[in-house]
Ligand binder design. Structure first.
Ligand code: SF4
Length: 286
C-alpha cells in the first residue's frame, strides 16, 4: 500500500489564526470560554480543552440570565463571528471579549452592514442555523436567508437586493441560487463571498482524489466544509471515505496494492492526517 498526504491539506488561514490565538491566550491563563465549539473537529477541540479551553453553547450563554455570569470573564468569539447585538450584549455584561472572527467573515459582516445601510434588501445564501449565517444576519435589519431553491417559492423581493453567501457554502449551489434570484429582481448585486481559500482548495482536492485509488477525508461529522469536500471527492472517486479518525476506518475499504490519499477539511490539523498515515503504515507492515 502506498500512502500519500495531500500537500495542500491542513487548517485554513482563519482556523490557523484562531487556534494560535487560543493557544497564546491559554498560555497566559487557562480561563477562556468559547462561545460554541471553536472548530468542528472534536479531536483538536479536546486537545485545546485539555489546555483549559471551556466550550459553552453560544445560545445558552447569550441569554439575559447567563450574560451576567460573564462579567470579567474572558470570552472567545470563534471564526464564525457574532452578530453586532451579541457583541454589544457582551460588552455591556462586562465580558472581556477575545475576537477570533476570521477576517474574511468580518469583511462580509461589514459589507452586509454597508449595503443594508444603503437600503438594499439583504439576502444570505447559507445554512439557516449555522453560527456564521446567524452572525451575518445580525448585520442587517431584515435579512432573508435561503438554503435551497425550494425556499424561494412565493418570496416577494424588493427592487434592490444584495446577495451574499455563507463563506463555506457550496460555490456552485450559491451561484445557481443567486442566478435564480437575479432573474426575479429588478436590480440584484451578487457578492460572491464564498471563501477563496476553500474554493481553491476544493479544486486541488478534486485533483488529488482523482489521482489515488482510495481517498480518506479526515474531518468532524459536524463540519460543513468537510461535508462539501467529501461530496466533491465522491464525485470523482467512489472509493472516498470520510472519517473523524482511525477508529472509524474500515479495513475492508483498502487493498494491499492501493495508493491511499489522506486529506482533511479546513478544521483538520496536519497532525491528525499524520496519525492516520502512521496507522496505515503499521497496518500495511503487518
Ligand atoms: S474557511 Fe475561509 S472564511 Fe472560513 S475560517 Fe477558513 S479562511 Fe476563514
Amino acid at each position: 500500500m502506498k500512502i500519500v498526504i495531500d500537500a495542500h491539506a491542513g487548517f485554513c488561514p482563519g482556523v490557523l489564526r484562531a487556534v494560535e490565538k487560543v493557544e497564546n491566550l491559554l498560555a497566559i491563563s487557562g480561563n477562556l470560554i468559547s462561545l460554541g465549539a471553536l472548530i468542528h473537529n472534536p479531536v483538536e477541540l479536546q486537545r485545546l480543552q485539555q489546555k483549559g479551553l471551556m466550550t459553552r453553547p453560544q445560545e445558552e450563554l447569550l441569554t439575559a440570565e447567563r450574560l451576567k455570569d460573564l462579567k470579567d470573564r474572558r470570552v472567545l468569539v470563534r471564526t464564525h463571528g457574532l452578530a453586532a447585538a451579541a457583541h454589544e450584549a457582551l460588552r455591556q455584561a462586562g465580558a472581556q471579549v477575545e475576537d477570533a472572527t476570521c477576517p474574511t467573515v468580518r469583511r462580509v459582516q461589514s459589507l452586509i452592514a454597508e449595503k443594508d445601510e444603503q437600503g438594499e434588501q439583504i439576502v444570505i445564501i447559507g445554512k439557516k442555523n449555522h453560527a456564521e449565517v446567524i452572525g451575518l444576519a445580525g448585520y442587517s435589519r431584515k435579512p432573508l436567508v435561503f438554503e435551497a431553491e425550494a425556499d424561494l417559492a412565493g418570496v416577494v423581493f424588493r427592487d434592490r437586493v444584495a446577495i451574499f453567501s455563507q463563506t463555506t457554502f457550496d460555490h456552485n449551489r450559491f451561484l445557481a441560487l443567486a442566478k435564480n434570484i437575479q432573474e426575479r429582481v429588478r436590480q440584484a448585486t451578487v457578492h460572491d463571498t464564498t471563501c477563496r481559500h476553500i474554493n481553491r482548495r476544493l479544486q486541488r482536492l478534486i485533483d488529488f482524489a482523482a489521482s489515488v485509488d482510495v481517498l480518506l477525508l479526515i474531518g468532524g461529522s459536524h463540519s460543513s466544509n468537510s461535508r462539501v469536500l467529501y461530496e466533491a471527492c465522491r464525485a470523482v472517486n467512489e472509493r472516498s471515505f470520510k472519517i473523524e479518525g482511525v477508529d472509524e476506518l474500515d479495513r475492508s475499504w483498502l487493498r494491499p496494492t492501493d495508493r491511499v490519499g489522506i486529506s482533511g477539511g479546513a478544521s483538520t490539523p496536519r497532525w491528525q492526517l499524520e496519525k492516520v498515515r502512521d496507522y496505515l503504515l503499521e497496518l500495511s507492515a503487518q
